[in-house]
Ligand binder design. Structure first.
Ligand code: GDP
Ligand code: IMO
Ligand code: MG
Length: 422
């Protein structure tokens, strides 16, 4: 059974926790897009792990993990992450982590370009994670990128980086940033590459062997549907296809290898960074932050919180082909008297069931809410559907109806154990 796990909102839906939960019954976990802009939190008992590039399956012994061709890899960041995980007792070797030689590399100048581009955008800044993601994917698309395979040949790498730096440096200096040179760049990543080299391989044959021999594969999505470069709130998006199609192009496993798509959403809506958020609510944000919840796992920024937006979910279930919903953080609503759900947008007096494409329409869209009574009780100890209060069940049923997909998992706490299977 091969399963894609995707975010249905603006990222941070709890994908890491759901991937970890599904890995128990799987053999392989594969990342196919994004980079270390992602921050996936997994809590196992007393231990908290935050994964950025390493697939969340690494926390289970004896599972294979693959960083696929569609991911952009910051070698220094990846090695730091590996070291941190090793300090936490996680064993990482080629036997449980393979890295695609076709993956593009995020180099130090990509991070500076990210910062310079944000500065140049002025009031249209995206609020990126500054991890060099946009510039690295741009270089891939304009065919100026450097892949891990290229770095195996130091002469080739030097030439590619030197050519790319000619106009990168021009842009950097026009934004008051120091230039880079190929030697310094390549020296900076030398140690990291040495650490990663044994893991780097053509990951496509082992993935196909696993598929053909009936092993179970989980595809770990990063970011969320509305950060997708095609389907998201463009231009306030990331630079990859975060939706289910990205799992195939990012891994080399074809669509016929996929059996199901688990769409992960919070029981409410959050976003970090700039851009539209139709149901954003300051009071609710303050409430969740007061509980110590909803701070970004990568940048520590406060997430902008709001009511459940089912216009987003309806569209996300369509474009991802969601077969099963995983609704997380239901417990975040436990204390509320009244809970709102946005079922449609009012755009200039007409009711819209789907998100608009025009940038300015997002600013004019008003949520059309329906109101639901809260359950005002602690759900964190619930372990079955029947344990959930009636009003929580009704809320989830309405979510499922509006999203157009059945619920299979409900999260009522951050721990591995706090997941209800329907
Ligand atoms: P990801 O990027 O989609 O993997 O999500 P993040 O890890 O960035 O953010 C999700 C946050 O919610 C993390 O702090 C998780 O530990 C936490 N979390 C996930 N599911 C639940 C849940 O059902 N209840 C609670 N209280 N926290 C959850
Ligand atoms: P996970 O996998 C939430 C957001 C950034 C910014 C926009 C573009 O943990 O869900 P980028 O650095 O990608 O160029 O930034 O996308 N963003 C995320 N928001 N979760 C993420 O990943 C994100 N990755 C990027 O905040 O708004
Ligand atoms: Mg996250």
């Amino acid at each position: 059974m091969n399963t894609i796990v995707n975010g249905l909102q603006w990222g941070d839906e709890g994908k890491g926790k759901i991937v970890d939960y599904l890995t128990e019954d799987a053999d392989l976990v594969v990342r196919g897009q994004g980079g270390n802009n992602a921050g996936h939190t997994v809590i196992v008992g007393e231990n908290k792990y935050i994964l950025h590039l390493v697939p969340s399956g690494i926390l289970w012994p004896d599972k294979q993990n693959v960083i696929g061709n569609g991911v952009v890899i910051d070698p220094i960041g990846l090695v730091q992450e590996i070291v941190t995980l090793e300090e936490q007792g996680v064993k990482i070797a080629p036997g449980n982590l393979l890295i695609s030689d076709r993956a593009h590399v995020v180099l130090p100048y990509h991070c500076d370009l990210d910062a310079a581009q944000e500065q140049a955008r002025g009031k249209f800044a995206i609020g990126t994670t500054r991890r060099g993601i946009g510039p690295a994917y741009s270089d891939k698309a304009t065919r100026n990128g450097v892949r891990l395979a290229d770095l195996l040949d130091p002469e080739m790498a030097r030439e590619l980086v030197s050519v790319r730096l000619q106009d990168a440096n021009q842009f950097l200096s026009s934004h008051g940033m120091p230039p880079h040179d190929a030697t310094t760049v390549l020296t900076a990543i030398e140690d990291a590459l040495k650490r990663l080299r044994p893991h780097v391989t053509n990951t496509i044959p082992p993935l196909h062997d696993a598929w053909r021999s009936g092993k179970s594969i989980v595809f770990e999505g990063a970011q969320g549907t509305f950060l997708d470069i095609d389907f998201g709130t463009y231009p306030f998006v990331t630079s990859s296809n975060t939706t289910s199609g990205g799992a195939c192009t990012g891994s080399g496993l074809p669509p016929v290898a996929i059996d199901r798509v688990v769409g992960v959403c919070k029981a409410y809506t959050t976003r970090v960074g700039e851009g539209a958020h139709v149901t954003e609510n300051q009071e609710f944000s303050d409430y969740l932050h007061g509980l110590g919840r909803e701070f970004g796992a990568t940048t520590g920024r406060k997430r902008r919180c709001g009511w459940l937006d089912c216009v987003l979910l309806r569209f996300a279930c369509m474009v991802n082909g969601v077969t099963d919903l995983a609704v997380t953080n239901l417990d975040g609503l436990d204390e509320l008297e009244e809970i709102k759900i946005c079922r449609a947008y009012d755009l200039d007096g007409t009711e819209q069931l789907f998100p608009p494409a025009q940038r300015d329409a997002w600013e004019r869209a008003k949520p059309i809410y329906e109101s639901h009574p809260g359950w005002k009780s602690d759900t964190s100890g619930c372990r079955t559907w029947d344990d959930l209060p009636e009003n929580a069940q009704a809320y989830l049923n309405r979510l499922s109806e509006l999203a157009g997909a059945p619920i299979k998992y409900v999260g009522i706490g951050p721990d591995r154990e706090q997941t209800i299977l329907l």
